[in-house]
Design a protein around this ligand. Structure first.
Ligand SMILES: Cc1ncc(COP(=O)(O)O)c(C=O)c1O
Length: 428
């Protein structure tokens, strides 16, 4: 028998490439660009590189042994473990428990299991955004929501981001007062990616009130909501008003991203619609992962697990803040993250996009330039860096920040200075 794969690698390739050029693509896919975050992934392949770049959990904190026990248990006892299956009720019941830890009272019928938060945002986008509709995001935000919406080609409006408090809710209120009726507002109130900001309680209340007053759904991306380091994180938006908030949660940051499991909390009638919608792209969220996660949560102490993550990541957050104060130039300012995995650092006058290559080549350290997060082709964040503190160890953080500072600029005169960014909008 002739193997198929080798034939594809041979002289047939130019012909295949020519054919690909001629295949008529959907118009919007011609405009597609790779996310800058994906481009940075390529840079990170260098051996020995110390990365502060991506929002990845620390692999040494994955509960490998307990998860292996749960997987073995499922395979031994559940004949349906590898079969197509309905969304697992036991997992939904655990999600209800996790939501209570975010101050949200919900029922299993309001929980919709997805293959991660990204999948959740894609489905919610399809559910809410009609052709030509308007959506609102922050000028600085995780680009996953806009990526998910791209096939729908919405009109994108942005509101300013505040480096200390996240979304500028006053600007959103003004937009809605002006008569705009977006199909959705995308918000990351806790452990903001990339700013590391947590929205103050008052801003949260104003946001849900404005959404209810104008009848606009808010997608609350709470991927980092269970990772709060100081006092208990403020309750989720959905805890304040469930009517217009569609909540998105994820097991990626608290368990492991490879499980590809997350959830939506939404009113029950929308859950039924989501279920029909999902069948078009994904017959089942991996039923084995659902069962194994549920078995893990049945048997293990999830609060002890979360406490361990908070303890280790909290210490790394503290190490990063201390290292920035010790090594970064005197004019630099940074956020003091209460939750999540990122610190946002502004270095006035720096061009952090140009700096990245030098940082990789000269200091063996990587980060994400702030501009990568600027929505809708904007240019803000050019003097900023997003630094991840969850993955590197405390020692690596001290060493890496020192090396990075060496590439940035020689340290200015030491002295006492207020390092934390205060409430300053990134808008002009
Ligand atoms: C704010 C935010 N939302 C959603 C996601 C996607 O997470 P998931 O792995 O659950 O798809 C990420 C991933 O980094 C994120 O930072």
């Amino acid at each position: 028998m002739t193997p198929v794969a080798p034939a594809l690698e041979g002289p047939a390739m130019p012909m295949l490439a020519a054919a690909a050029e001629e295949i008529p693509l959907a118009g919007w896919t011609r405009e597609m660009k790779q996310s800058p975050l994906r481009d940075i992934l390529a840079l990170l392949q260098r051996p020995g590189l110390l990365s502060f770049a991506l929002g990845v959990p620390a692999a040494e904190l994955f509960p490998v042994a307990a998860y292996a026990r749960a997987a073995r248990h499922v395979l031994r006892t559940d004949p349906e473990a590898l079969q197509y299956g309905l969304p697992l009720r036991r997992l939904k019941s655990h999600v209800v428990g996790l939501m209570a830890r975010r101050g949200v009272a919900c029922t299993e019928a309001e929980v919709f299991i997805t293959s991660g938060a990204q999948h959740a945002m894609s489905l919610l986008g399809q559910l809410l955004v009609a052709p030509g509709a308007t959506v609102v995001t922050e000028e600085m935000a995780y680009d996953g929501m806009l990526n998910a919406l791209r096939p729908l080609q919405p009109r994108v409006l942005t509101v300013p981001s505040d480096v200390a408090a996240g979304m500028d809710v006053g600007a959103l209120e003004a937009l809605l007062e002006s008569g705009e009726r977006p199909a959705l507002v995308y918000a990351i109130p806790e452990g903001h990616n990339p700013l590391g900001a947590s929205m103050p309680a008052d801003a949260r209340r104003r946001l849900v009130e404005a959404a209810a007053r104008h009848g606009v759904p808010v997608i609350e991306d709470d991927a980092y909501g269970l990772l709060g380091y100081d006092d208990a994180p403020a309750p989720a938006l959905r805890a304040l008003d469930p009517r217009w908030t569609l909540y998105v949660g994820s097991f990626s940051k608290i368990m492991a991203p490879a499980l590809r499991a997350g959830w939506i909390v939404a009113p029950e009638p929308l859950v039924q619609r989501l279920s029909i919608l999902k069948q078009g792209s994904d017959l089942d969220v991996c039923s084995f992962a659902q069962r194994t996660l549920a078995a893990f949560l049945d048997r293990e102490d999830v609060d002890a697990h979360l406490a361990r993550l908070r303890e280790v990541y909290g210490a790394r957050r503290d190490a990063m803040l201390a290292a920035l104060a010790a090594h970064f130039p005197a004019e630099a300012r940074w956020s003091c993250p209460r939750a999540g995995m990122f610190a946002w650092v502004q270095v006035p006058g720096a061009d952090t996009t140009a700096l990245l290559r030098r940082a990789v080549e000269e200091a063996g350290v990587a980060f994400v330039p702030g501009r990568a997060f600027c929505a809708a082709g904007g240019t803000r964040g050019g003097d900023a860096l997003r630094l991840n503190f969850s993955r590197p160890s405390v020692d690596q953080i001290h060493d890496g920040i020192r090396r990075l500072a060496g590439v940035l600029a020689p340290r200015g005169a030491a002295g006492i200075r207020p390092p934390f960014l205060t409430t300053t909008s990134l808008a002009p």
